[in-house]
Design a protein around this ligand. Structure first.
Ligand code: 5GP
Length: 114
């Protein structure tokens, strides 16, 4: 099974996940292996393999993913102390699941990566 199928099944609710937000464009759910007290993944409902595929026709999806991340950060009460949004891309960027996703991490002081 291609690993992106997992995220498709989470959107369709055919495998269980802790979904914290869903609308027509995105789905957000808790990461199964959290790297911080708050670790939520935000993904588009339509399949996009990586950030490399973003173009003028679908960039509204990225904008929406950011807007929803900020909304979730507020709801999770991490806005004031701060948080990190990460998009890994392909092998060197450490992308393991081949389905575009944004990590929202917070709830503790995160180690600097750059
Ligand atoms: P990547 O390394 O591709 O940027 O991030 C993939 C993320 O998906 C990882 O943080 C991993 O823990 C998470 N993940 C992988 N499989 C599942 C799953 O079945 N359910 C959930 N909720 N998260 C998953």
């Amino acid at each position: 099974m291609k690993n992106y199928i997992i995220f498709k099944k989470i959107i369709n609710k055919t495998i269980p996940a802790d979904i914290v937000y869903q609308d027509k464009i995105v789905t957000a759910f808790k990461d199964i292996n959290p790297q911080a007290p708050i670790h939520i993944l935000i993904i588009p409902n339509i399949f996009i393999i990586s950030i490399n595929e973003i173009n003028e026709n679908n960039s509204y999806i990225i904008e929406h993913m950011f807007r929803i991340s900020l909304k979730i950060a507020k709801k999770e009460n991490i806005s004031q102390d701060g948080y990190r949004i990460v998009i890994n891309c392909n092998k060197n960027g450490g992308q393991e699941i081949n389905y575009l996703h944004m990590h929202l991490l917070g709830g503790k002081k995160l180690g600097k990566i750059c």
